[in-house]
Write a protein that binds this ligand. Structure first.
Ligand code: SAH
Length: 375
């Protein structure tokens, strides 16, 4: 499928997510992004405005990326006021920005109930000598999955983000002059387990991807999961070919269960076939993420077991040095173990990268998000 081709027309996005559409902001406004063209037209006609205004509003929002009715200057004042009363466009706001020495930007995003999540912009050189920015989105305040090495899980789970809050993180990074997104890729790898907040996450991603809306290519979106196999099977059937990354971190049940409680519910014999199903249906190479923790999963036996799984799935392996979390006992695997681990995979002809971590000086690295600031 070509980049940005329609997965769901406006109508079908609304139909398939009726459940989440009932989530109303506290001030009685509804999210503008729950509207499709027919419902918007009907609403305008009911309010005494011309039908064609719906298209003007649509262009303001989705092409020019203007999210404040007051700034939609092509509309009459009465209509701008009507929109302002009826709709919430973005929910939550960016409140902080720190720059890391390696060009990782960590932003605090304040939600309407005063809680915080974080979003991170990672900047990396691209093949043509330029830079490529990737936005990392959060999907929950806290996390219920209880991965033993992860900071996001330490204060437990607080709540799911609404689709509007997930989307709003991305809509906060728009160039006000050109109306272009300030990032080229999205990774759903911030705080929370995206597949445990399924409807809201899928709705937000579809609004971003839909050709009649933001037209952000599915190939430029990667969703990372701790391995909810039932939900992976569900996305495999969705005809929405975003990229999938799975946090494996253990290549045998014994090691994986020690650090990831989710493995008891979905052991490897369930998880691996589900990933296979996704890759087959979506025609995409899945990434297996593997953080290397000293003395836990950085052994040659684990490397060989991981090579077997990766070959079976034709998956790419991303080896990530563990970022220490204060209060947790785990240590980063020493460089010589990491190199030896990568060599075993390479010798087995597994596609593999040994990542250098980014953002650890501002606590923006994976698994370090929002611990210090969330309520
Ligand atoms: N819940 C999703 C996405 C959020 S975590 C998931 O599990 O994939 C994003 C990635 O950071 C996951 O691979 C997670 O396992 C990893 N991670 C968590 N804590 C980490 C740490 N301290 N150091 C390095 N990676 C970590």
């Amino acid at each position: 499928m070509p980049e940005g081709s329609p997965i769901h027309g406006g109508q079908r996005i609304r139909d398939s997510f009726n459940k989440v559409l009932s989530t109303m902001p506290s001030d009685g406004k509804t999210s503008f992004f729950g509207e499709d063209m027919p419902s918007l037209e009907a609403l305008l006609i009911g309010g005494g405005f011309e039908k064609y205004r719906a298209r003007q509003i649509w262009q303001n929002v989705y092409l020019r990326k203007v999210f404040e009715p007051a700034k939609m200057t092509s509309l009459p004042l009465a209509l701008r006021e009507f929109l302002d009363k009826k709709f919430e466009f973005t929910s939550g706001k960016l409140v902080g920005d720190r720059r890391s020495a390696d060009d990782t930007g960590k932003f605090l995003f304040e939600l309407s109930d005063g809680r915080y999540v974080e979003c991170v912009i990672l900047e990396a050189p691209d093949e043509s000598g330029g830079t490529r920015k990737t936005l990392c989105l959060s999907t929950q305040v806290g996390c219920a999955q209880g991965c033993k090495f992860c900071a996001s899980t330490m204060r437990g789970f607080k709540r799911n983000l609404t689709y509007s809050e997930i989307l709003s993180q991305a809509l906060s990074f728009v160039d006000s002059v050109s109306g272009k997104f300030l990032f080229e890729n999205i990774v759903v790898m911030g705080m929370g387990e995206p597949l445990a907040n399924f409807d809201n996450v899928m709705m937000a991603l579809k609004i971003l991807n839909d050709a009649d809306r933001f037209n952000f290519g599915a190939r430029r979106i990667t969703l990372s999961t701790c391995g909810l196999a039932d939900k992976i099977l569900q996305i495999a059937r969705m005809d929405f070919p975003f990229r999938l990354a799975v946090s494996l971190h253990g290549a045998t049940d014994e090691v994986r269960s020690r650090i990831m409680p989710v493995n008891k519910r979905f052991p490897l014999e369930k998880l691996v076939p589900a990933i296979g199903e996704f890759s087959k249906n979506c025609g995409r190479m899945t990434t297996l993420e593997f953080i290397l923790i000293e003395g836990v999963n950085d052994t040659p036996e684990q490397a060989r077991a991981l090579a077997k799984i990766a070959k079976k799935l034709h998956a790419h392996v991303n080896l990530i040095p563990y970022n220490t979390v204060s209060g947790l006992e785990w240590r980063r695997s020493p460089l010589k173990n990491r190199l030896a681990f990568a060599k075993i995979l390479k010798d087995a002809k597994v596609s593999c990268t040994l990542r250098r971590e980014k953002g650890s000086d501002i606590d923006a690295a994976c698994g370090q998000l929002a611990l210090k600031s969330s309520k």
